[in-house]
Write a protein that binds this ligand. Structure first.
Ligand code: GLU
Length: 481
């Protein structure tokens, strides 16, 4: 019987989680959910020097934001140091690993020499056969590291579930460090011990780790453990086909949240970075993806990150939200980005009426505040020339005056009645509806492009609209009482 599926996301908090990290998390999560397996979160925080303050928090928040719930963890490797030491000591006692007392000066000199002779880098195995406790140099003060005794010849083959068989020459592997002089394990040691202890069935991770895998397989062998199955996910490239980097857009996943991408759109988009259902389906719900996610459908070839596609997809998801939900999601963005003069907290009920007017147009939630700010601001700022548009000043003034009169008599302030009252005036003014409405639009919104005019006016309400129209009229005819 197949062992139950147990997968893990094992980020190192040496930076904020970027798209690639989150794609790895997602594929593991999808695989766990598809198979009814277990998704484990493990923080690989053994690199004290490169630790970034706040990174763990952002990792956890990002997973939560995207709805990737974990079943076990988070486990922290820094809290398991004794265990790694125990395991590595066992290897030393069996002659499979050894203490190395080489000073950093010696290692530096060795590296320089390798560069000079154009030799591949790697430890020269100076301490390999000295035996435990013996120093190779007369400096007992040096804190030793423990190195793995890599085989000097032969080959190590890996059967990768995505890439098939990959063979490595053992001669290319050096005696890498398992335990550092500060007592912390290296990534290789901690990763293998934990994957074994946590009974990980499948290791799904970025392709850049493929070259570490023969070391891992040999280490499993040294411990006498069965290695998990491996699946190395394809690289993600930028649109220019170079490795995805900061140049290609937001880096940390929380920047995407702050820019107003919806988590469900992100999940859909990320799932297609290296996986597909077929050649055509793009929009899929989380459940559909879970139902269909298999490793067989993960591609070997690199995925290309396309921001335009993400924006399009986000727009689709925004339009699919109910009006209520859209307005609820806009609220924090509006709260954050409206000018300081607008009273806080922002009136959520009022926003509920406004939001549907821009739902069709917004691709990002962060665009919403600038689309709706005129609903909140008193005293709009705009240039008089905008108001006039292509009309004569007199014509524009006349248009406003007639509109004001017609609106003054309106009983029900709703879009339909507003339009019925105002539209017929265009003919009498000798204007087309477009330029006529244009004057009104600038008067009530301060801009030439806005949501539909009469719906906008309905939501703005009678008082605001009448005041704005009067102010506009006064700007065109300052001398008129
Ligand atoms: N800590 C590694 C990382 O940051 C984990 C790699 C692996 O999954 O083995 O990506």
């Amino acid at each position: 019987m197949e062992a139950p599926v147990r997968v893990r996301f094992a980020p190192s908090p040496t930076g904020y989680p970027h798209l690639g990290n989150v794609r790895t998390a997602l594929f593991n999560w999808l695989f766990a959910r598809h198979t009814g397996g277990t998704f484990i979160l493990r923080i690989e925080d053994t690199d004290q020097a490169r630790k970034v303050e706040g990174a763990v928090e952002i990792i956890l928040n990002s997973l939560q934001w995207l709805g990737m719930d974990w079943d076990e963890g988070p486990f922290y490797q820094s809290q398991r140091l004794d265990m790694y030491r125990e395991y590595v000591e066992k290897l030393v006692s069996e002659g499979k690993a050894y203490y190395c007392y080489c000073s950093s000066q010696r290692l530096d000199a060795m590296r320089q020499e390798q560069i000079r002779l154009k030799q591949p880098p790697g430890y020269d195995r100076h301490c390999r056969d000295l035996g435990h406790g013996k120093t190779s140099e007369a400096d007992p003060a040096i804190a030793p590291v423990i190195r793995f005794k890599s085989p000097l010849e032969g080959r190590t083959a890996i059967t990768d579930l995505i890439r098939g068989e990959v063979v490595f020459e053992n001669s290319t592997l050096d005696d890498y460090v398992l335990l550092k002089s500060d007592g912390y394990p290296t990534y290789h040691l901690a990763n293998i011990v934990d994957d074994h202890q946590m009974q990980i069935s499948h290791v799904m991770r970025a392709e850049e780790w493929l070259s570490s895998t023969p070391r891992h397989v040999l280490l499993y062998e040294a411990f006498g453990w069965q290695p998990p199955r491996f699946a190395h996910l394809p690289m993600i490239l930028g649109p220019d086909k170079s490795k995805l980097s900061k140049r290609h857009g937001a880096t940390s996943i929380d920047e995407y949240r702050d820019r107003g991408y919806l988590p469900e759109a992100m999940i859909n988009f990320l799932s297609l970075l290296g996986w597909s259902l077929d050649d055509k389906t793009e929009i899929m719900t989380r459940d559909e993806i879970v139902r269909n996610f298999t490793i067989e459908r993960v591609s070997k070839t690199a995925a290309v990150f396309n921001l335009t596609k993400l924006d399009w997809m986000n727009g689709v998801y925004i339009r699919n939200l109910t009006q209520q939900e859209f307005s609820r999601r806009c609220l924090p963005f509006v709260e954050r980005a409206l000018p300081a003069e607008v009273k806080r907290p922002v009136d959520a009920e009022y926003l509920k009426k406004i939001a549907p007017l821009v739902q069709e147009r917004a691709k990002l939630l962060s665009e919403v505040p600038s689309l709706v700010d005129f609903f909140f601001i008193d005293g709009l700022e705009y240039d008089d020339s905008l108001l006039q548009g292509k009309l004569e000043k007199g014509q524009a003034g006349e248009a406003l005056e007639q509109a004001l009169n017609a609106l003054d008599n309106i009983r029900e302030w709703n879009a339909g009645d507003l339009e019925t009252a105002v539209r017929p005036l265009a003919d009498g003014l000798g204007l087309k509806a477009g330029p006529f409405f244009g004057v009104l639009r600038v008067a009530v919104t301060g801009r030439t492009a806005s949501p539909p005019l009469f719906e906008t006016m309905e939501v703005l309400g009678r008082d605001r609209c009448m005041t704005r129209l009067q102010v506009a009229l006064h700007r065109l005819q300052p001398d008129k009482k």
